[in-house]
Design a protein around this ligand. Structure first.
Ligand code: GCV
Length: 842
């Protein structure tokens, strides 16, 4: 059925009080703009809403605003707003800028304090008639006002006596997408690019337009569409008209196009023998390039630059500074009012790990603080929120208070690179709130990061927030249906960083899943609990995400950060763990903060437990503020986290029948994966620390797994044991595989427990280079079978591929033969780690 028809029929049923019979098929594509039909009593609240809309002015953005208004009311209230050209004696909804309305009614809203993209929603008499007015200083503000009004209705808030002004906190509210021109996305977890395909801009940009609409609905006004590891081709003459097509689909939504550029472009595609920013030919090249670009895209917003970082070329090639590189580009953009976002993510990834004074966390401040005041006015330094790289917990970057005469923007990450890659639920608004609210003590008055980046603290002209998003062609944009709460949360915080996480979580849940109080409470509760849960089994006490940092950044890989130049060290050895970053005995990083903050982190006694290992190297027996030792906290938090992850599944199950089947099933699948993977994480991290510290878990859990039967201890036919690397990513360090020439293998054992019903959990490895088949039999009876065809970021058995299959309610009697059969496929050898049995219910 056509979606529109479905909505109309649904709305009709709801009006007849037959809502329960109406369930919507949902792909997640509508995100928080579902405009789902309100039930009869809720819809009643809006019976006085005017029946027509009048627009003052004419522009593509205003057209979007009007169309959105009509679409939203149609979806939610099953009413078709009439489009009137002129006012009549009847109430209307009026859309238009304040100047357009005042041309008609000069004294309207005389007290209104509106600027930039802010808007006003008001019920007001216009020419003596009651009207609902959405106004702003810009067309874009009017569009934002329409989205805000529709959001209120979707959340069943009253709109009958409105007088509400909203102003964005900062002028820059951008997103960066790390899409490559070949259509792949760096750190993208939801399908290929919506912008590029086969080294060109997609012929069909429908999704790009829909993305712009989503962005506009949360107040985002700029989008850089290609990877910061930029392909110079993006600036080739032949490519520019393709970029103009993207700008065209963005424009009706007030989203300005930006691109990432490579500083070596003048040489690589420009035919010069240099890209030295001090060379006049290079300056001239940039100037000509942007003149050309602006001729095609007059509202082009500017560029993002990653240089001298992770192998990218940069001004250091010529002994020049980031300021030299930023300014040469900025001067070419300035006549067009374009801006440069120069990323502070400049560091040496070949650091000498044997030198205890080396510290990657120092890099942004060391590189940029000395350049404060040397950047042109249209340069913004884009600073990752923490000094390392989007770890599950980091302190705030000291660079925020290290630049007083330079525009700044904070860079956040919606795409969950280090926080579960949209396979694990991890709602990041609470983390971002902590960062934005953190007081940098940069003067007499409180100076939270949110004020600094908004330009308020140091009186900078420009600044704001940027987030790396990486939506893909998957219908639901980010893969995990609940991950969209992060994009929504980012937009809401960029608009108003004073919102609290709970408000954001509830708003998003209402808009995405409806207003059923049980649904709102359950889903928002799950969201709010999810970051601490994820942290508790992946990154204890500020040690950083203990993932495979030289691989996919997904599963556990505790040792991977050590003994290499990447500098994500946690320095765990036999005696203790943590990076000493103090001024007294460590790398001196602490001194990059202003005195009160430095003082807090310098001392063990005032460093918060959750950041202890980021700042200090301590023995495993060190006692935390909580009263636990470090090692016991590592064990306890991992066990608690895995349990809470399992609990998320139970909570979600309560949503059955209360939310649509499609998203219910998709979320359930992902939460079940997460619960299994949390156990993989728990065991890997706990065993690794047990091995290195030699200190047992007081509660006797680590290394003891009742009900677990290792595959290598089973009776094997065709399967062969092998060592998994790193060893902690498989139980007992080993698994079994069905390698060629075998075409089918089995592993079996005799059950020796009490008769009853059991949950049989099978831990196997699901790689992305084959689709093995598994079958579990009790005696001759098949109790489950499946294909290992997930798309995990793994080509070998280990922490990235380890997956749990739960088979509930299996009847077992003593002596029963339990057999797992594996049929390998391609490079995937149906590898098996263990089986675990729990009496039902688990
Ligand atoms: C786009 C991390 C990521 C990289 C990313 C880089 C950056 O290192 O793993 O994929 O590159 O950050 O932010 O530039």
């Amino acid at each position: 059925m056509h979606r529109f028809q479905h909505i109309t029929i649904c709305a009709a049923l709801l009006f007849l009080g037959l809502g329960a019979t109406c369930s919507r098929a949902e792909t997640g594509a509508d995100a928080w703009l579902r405009y789902a039909p309100l039930d009869k009593s809720a819809a009643q609240k809006y019976s006085a809403l005017p029946a027509s809309v009048v627009m003052f002015g004419d522009s593509p953005v205003l057209d979007s605003a009007k169309a959105e208004m009509i679409r939203g009311i149609q979806g939610m209230l099953a009413r078709t707003l009439r489009e009137d050209k002129n006012l009549s004696r009847k109430p209307v909804i009026i859309l238009g800028t304040l100047s357009a309305l005042r041309a008609d009614s000069p004294k309207l809203f005389e007290q209104a304090d509106l600027h930039d993209d802010g808007f006003l929603l008001a019920t007001e008499k216009f020419h003596g008639v009651d009207c609902l007015i959405v106004t702003a200083t810009t067309d874009r503000g009017v569009l934002y006002g329409v989205f805000a009004l529709l959001s209120k209705i979707a959340r069943e808030e009253s709109v009958s006596a409105l007088h509400e002004t909203q102003q964005p906190s900062a002028p820059i509210r951008w997103v960066d997408d790390w899409d490559n021109l070949d259509g792949r996305i760096e750190r993208g977890y939801a399908g290929p690019s919506i912008f590029f395909e086969n080294s060109n801009v997609r012929a069909d940009l429908t999704r790009a337009g829909e993305y712009a609409r989503l962005l506009a609905s949360i107040g985002i006004n700029g989008c850089a569409i290609n990877n910061v590891n930029a392909n110079p081709r993006v600036l080739e003459d032949s490519f520019l008209p393709q970029l103009a097509r993207v700008a065209d689909v963005f424009r009706p939504w007030g989203v300005r196009l930006s691109i990432s550029v490579d500083v070596s472009s003048p040489k690589v595609i420009g035919g010069l023998d240099t890209f030295d920013p001090a060379d006049p030919r290079v300056a001239e090249w940039w100037k000509k390039k942007f003149d050309e670009l602006y001729a095609l895209i007059p509202d082009f917003a500017g560029v993002v630059v990653k240089a001298d970082s992770e192998g990218r070329l940069g001004p250091a090639t010529y002994g020049r500074t980031p300021a030299d590189a930023a300014n040469v580009i900025a001067r070419a953009l300035a006549p067009h009012r374009g801006i440069v976002f120069y990323r502070a993510f400049v560091y040496n990834h070949h650091l000498d790990w044997t030198n205890p004074k080396n510290d990657r966390a120092r890099a942004a401040y060391d590189n940029f603080h000395p350049l404060d005041g040397k950047f042109d006015d249209n340069v913004i330094i884009q600073i990752k929120h923490g000094p390392i790289d989007f770890q599950v917990r980091e302190p705030v970057s000291p660079l925020f208070s290290g630049l007083e005469k330079t525009n700044e923007a904070i860079e956040l990450q919606v795409t969950q690179e280090y926080t579960g890659q949209q396979r694990h639920l991890c709602f990041l608004a609470p983390m971002w709130k902590e960062v934005l609210d953190f007081d940098m003590h940069a003067g007499e008055q409180p100076s939270p990061v949110k004020d600094i980046v908004a330009g308020k603290t140091f009186h900078c002209a420009m600044g704001g927030l940027v987030a790396v998003v990486n939506v893909g062609m998957d219908a639901n944009w980010l893969g995990h249906p609940l991950a969209m709460a992060n994009l929504y949360g980012y937009g809401r915080l960029a608009w108003n960083p004073n919102l609290d996480s709970q408000t954001i979580a509830e708003e998003w849940t209402r808009l995405s899943f409806g207003n059923d109080p049980t649904v709102v409470q359950t889903i928002s509760g799950m969201l709010l609990a999810s970051w601490p849960i994820y942290e508790s089994y992946t990154g204890p006490l500020g040690a950083g995400t203990l993932t495979d940092i030289v691989g996919a950044h997904f599963g556990p890989g505790v040792e991977s950060s050590e003994r290499n130049g990447w500098g994500q060290w946690h320095r765990a050895d036999h005696d203790g763990v943590g990076m000493d970053r103090t001024a007294a005995t460590g790398t001196g990083y602490v001194d990059q903060y202003r005195a009160p903050v430095a003082k807090m982190y310098e001392s063990l006694s005032t460093t918060p437990d959750e950041l202890l290992l980021f700042f200090h190297h301590v023995p495993y027996t060190y006692v935390l503020h909580s009263g636990k030792t470090v090692i016991q906290q590592i064990y306890d938090s991992h066990y608690a986290g895995a349990e809470q992850a399992a609990n998320l599944v139970q909570q979600w199950r309560m949503m059955k029948g209360r939310v649509d089947e499609e998203r219910y099933a998709e979320v359930l699948k992902r939460l079940e994966f997460q619960a299994g993977h949390a156990i993989v994480w728990r065991d890997a991290v706990c065993n690794w620390f047990f091995q290195i510290s030699g200190i047992p878990d007081k509660l006797g859990r680590v290394g003891h797994y009742p009900g677990r039967i290792e595959a290598e201890a089973m009776q094997l036919q065709g399967y062969v044991p092998f060592e998994v690397v790193p060893r902690e990513t498989a139980s007992g360090g080993k698994a079994v595989e069905c390698a060629p020439p075998m075409q089918k293998c089995s592993a079996s054992f005799h059950f020796d427990g009490a008769a009853g019903k059991y949950e049989v959990d099978v831990e196997y490895f699901d790689q992305n280079n084959g689709k093995s088949k598994f079958r579990v039999l009790v005696g001759d009876k098949v109790v489950d079978e499946w294909i290992a065809d997930d798309h995990l970021p793994a080509t070998k058995p280990g922490g990235d591929s380890s997956t749990r299959r739960q088979i509930p309610g299996v009847a077992l009697r003593p002596g029963d033969n339990i057999r797992v059969e594996g049929i390998p496929d391609g490079e995937e050898h149906a590898a098996l780690d263990y089986i675990e049995l729990y009496p039902s219910p688990k």
